[in-house]
Design a protein around this ligand. Sequence first.
Ligand code: IMP
Ligand code: MG
Length: 171
Amino acid sequence: MDGIAPLLTSDVIAERVRELGATITRDYEGRSLVLVSILKGSFIFAADLVRAIGLPVRVEFLGVRSYGQGTTSSGVVQITHDLANPIEGEDVLLVEDIVDTGLTVAHLLDLLRTRLPRSLKVCALLHKPARLCTPVPIEYLGFTIEDRFVVGYGLDRAEAYRNLPYIGILE
Ligand code: IMP
Ligand code: MG
């Protein structure tokens, strides 16, 4: 597509998602998991990841808005859709498309901790360490990338490009 330089092909993403799913399956063996998909960006990643996990899984969605229409984080995280069910006593895995400044995930970890899950971990497809201002633990990480704005596989720029099957750099 015009103005988009391919960075991660759909094959490369699929292989990594399979590996993440296998690792998560091993780590949580004998337990069940509540996968919390952060909307909107993680919906495609979460859909693929959940099918790579061989455990009883419940899926919940948490809608947040952190960017408005621009490409820089405002640091303000607005909840647009809350979890539909309690997570108290559950093993919870927060699934995010990308950790950039870390503000969104840090805020959501604080929020979810107040609901007393048994455990709470983060799985992110992408991480841009260059811009990190709040350190967040990412137990399961797909890829570390340069500080470039990327789109596709769920990630958007002003709501566009989420449907690209690969991840590319917006030029
Ligand atoms: P953070 O709060 O700065 O870590 O930003 C996290 C959110 O910003 C992610 O959930 C994405 O929705 C968005 N974001 C950060 N970097 C990118 C990017 O390169 N492309 C698309 N969205 C991004
Ligand atoms: Mg976004």
